[in-house]
Design a protein around this ligand. Structure first.
Ligand code: AMP
Length: 278
């Protein structure tokens, strides 16, 4: 496994592999890897000749008051997971390489990035779309793997690749959960035992919403109210029921439906969702 830290060296490697007829799968991450990331890596290794893991804590997707400095950085442990899940390369560029002095170009995906996390974190998707574009331009993947854990991010990246004619297949992978239901997240490391116990109400209330829908409930307002009521143990940021592709709010449950939630357990902001076809 090779570690590469500049876009030039990354592209040189990818050009060489492409010339040999190899396919490349990319898994973009911010590191602090867990089983959710590992599931993406295994899919990338299975679905391509070569898999690249990128690790970059992207400053442009954090607002000044957010946890950029605090974000866990665990490169040695991440390398072991990368190796075990079949990575050929870890691409880990430096912030100063990614955003040199007078950096001034950003990718803005309209529409689908409004609302949900885009409402609570106004700079977030501009940072994400920009860094993913830069990672795509360096790694030149055939396929890129993203988790449904960040469902709106998946929708933004799919829209961006379509709109900007990027010849990259976006593969969305299911949410990996702890045995008790908590969606895996690098930020779970911030939670105290008491906060973690309270955080369980996120997945619990989503599972209850799924049961209600399976039992025939079709009114979005009723479901949103039900999910909110189940989240009394945390401070709700949003509870939304939206179309799974466009991220537009739904009145009635039909088609691809996403129930997306965000909440604070203490100082930690957590997100979770469920998606289904009705
Ligand atoms: P992050 O390092 O948090 O930016 O996440 C990198 C990628 O891993 C994103 O595509 C996430 O959606 C995905 N991911 C994070 N947590 C999970 C999870 N619990 N299950 C599946 N994918 C995940």
């Amino acid at each position: 496994m090779t570690i590469i830290d500049t876009p030039e060296a990354m592209r040189a490697w990818s050009f060489e592999q492409r010339a040999l007829g190899k396919t490349i799968g990319l898994v973009p991450t911010m590191g602090a890897l867990h089983e959710g990331h590992a599931s993406l890596m295994r899919a990338a290794s299975r679905g391509n000749d070569l898999a690249v893991l990128s690790i970059f804590v992207n400053p442009t997707q954090f607002a000044p008051h957010e946890d950029f400095n605090q974000y866990p950085r665990t490169f040695d442990a991440d390398s072991r997971i990368a190796e075990a899940t079949g990575a050929s390369v870890i691409y880990a560029p430096r912030a100063s390489t990614m955003y040199p002095e007078r950096y001034s170009t950003y990718v803005i995906v309209e529409d689908v990035s409004q609302g949900l996390c885009g409402g609570s974190r106004p700079h977030f998707f501009r940072g994400v779309a920009t860094v993913v574009t830069k990672l795509f331009n360096a790694v030149l993947p055939h396929r890129a793997y993203f988790g449904q854990k960040d469902a709106q991010q998946c929708a933004v990246i799919k829209r961006m690749t379509r709109d900007l004619d990027m010849d990259i297949e976006i593969v969305e992978m299911p949410i990996v959960r702890e045995p008790d239901g908590l969606a895996m997240s690098s930020r779970n490391a911030y939670l105290s035992a008491e906060e973690r116990a309270r955080a369980l109400c996120l997945s619990r209330s989503l599972f209850e919403a799924r049961e209600s829908i399976e039992a025939g409930e079709r009114d979005a307002h009723t479901l949103v109210a039900q999910v909110r009521a189940g989240m009394a143990d945390v401070q709700v940021d949003y509870v939304e029921l939206v179309d799974g592709e466009t991220m537009q709010p739904l009145e009635r449950i039909a088609g691809t439906v996403l129930v997306a939630i965000a909440a604070w357990a203490g100082k930690t902001r957590l997100i979770d969702n469920i998606k289904f076809e009705v």
